[in-house]
Design a protein around this ligand. Sequence first.
Ligand SMILES: Cc1ncc(COP(=O)(O)O)c(C=O)c1O
Length: 493
Amino acid sequence: MGMTGERAPICEMLTAYAGSRRTAFHVPGHKQRAAWHVGNADERYQPLLEWDVTELDDTDDLHHPTGPIAEAQRLAAECFGADETRLLVGGSTAGNLAMILGTAEPGDLLIVQRNAHRSIFHGLMLASARAVLLPPEIDRESGLGVIPNVQAVAKALARYPEARGVVLSSPNYYGMAGRLRPISEVCHAAGVPLLVDEAHGPHFGFHPDLPPSAMQEGADLSVQSAHKMLSALTMGAMLHMRGTIVNREAVRQALRMVQSSSPSFPLLASLDLARRQLHVEGSKAFEPALEAVRRVKEGLPDTRFRSVGPRNDSGSGVGDGFRYDPLKLVLHDAEGRLDGFRIRDGLSARGCEAEMADARYVVLAFGIGSRPEDGDALIEALRDLSADSGRSDRTPERPRPMAMDGGTADIPEPVQFRRDRGGRSESVPLERSVGRTAAEWIIPYPPGIPELYPGEKINEAILYRLAEWKKQGANIQGAEDPSLRSVRVFLAD
Ligand SMILES: Cc1ncc(COP(=O)(O)O)c(C=O)c1O
């Protein structure tokens, strides 16, 4: 990358704009001035407003960029190894919707990882696409789902040669990243693109200890939440495009459909700065966070808590066909006294807020803003919790993986995704639902992998798994009847 990578075109434009002292007769209504006086809120708010401008000749237009936004996107593409990058102001959610809408027309078929984020399924619904849902491989050590294996993807592509693409989600929330290179090769041999929801991996590929990025592994489209691990503001994300298999104009058009026509300039500027930080600091940007994790791992043997993943202090480590993100620390109580929720609550009471918890694990997310002393604070809290906690009345269980092996199972039938717009569905007792088509989601938390999708045919195996979740007392989301006595199904199949 040349010296131009040190530039931040959107920030430069906004700084020049703020200094130009023009009188605004255009939106936004605040006219770059704090409009009320509540304590010191306006003092905090005022600096934000100075960059909150609209599309003018010199500020550029996200949907048809020709000035600083175009330049910022070009620099981002160079930095992230893409042919073209689009800045996103609606999170990876907007990117995932556009990725699907830009690839599939109504009735088209996609091969999709079953344990994907909701936004992928919302994209399938908006596109009225069909999807073959592939189960992920389950990591034996942790019981967590990663991505489907390459054999399953190859088998699905052979069975459904009409598929328009393969959609994967990697890394998962726990920082486990699938090996994408063999899968991108299989996709390209079949002439279809590999689309990757890489929301949790915007930092991948920027340090030798981090797994490679989806772009580096041959993906054609990838979506990253720059706000999750880099320094962008919340909702700041990027969509990267490479190669000639995807119809880039269709993706751009989809972005115009799902994103606001008045995107936030402070958000765009934060993406510009997040990219610039990687360009200027390179791998050094991650050293403080990696040091923080090292400090925690060094102290862990003095506690009851153990981390999932490689035992070495640094490095992404190599698991069973996948890699670990060293910036996600996934802990559990080796003595089984505290479940993940209680570890989270115990840490919170000691001033450390975790990213997520489930029945077994707590996930601590480090990021580009983490400092080594954050690691000291965490290990101190863990030591204290380790010494303090009594016996839990709940026995923590490993998250129960669904009955899937990610490879050798038969490739399932496609699901036609559709929305229930009311009046076309009914509620039936669960035990009488076999053969009917679900009109709602059933998502047990944790692990948050949907068991049932609107549009999916209910069979005995699904019924059995739902009964298992009920027995475990799982928290069911999405369902009209969370007790699962009844389920909503479409009237006419
Ligand atoms: C795997 C995955 N994809 C996409 C998203 C959506 O990202 P965003 O919150 O940036 O819209 C999330 C959010 O947590 C996620 O976990």
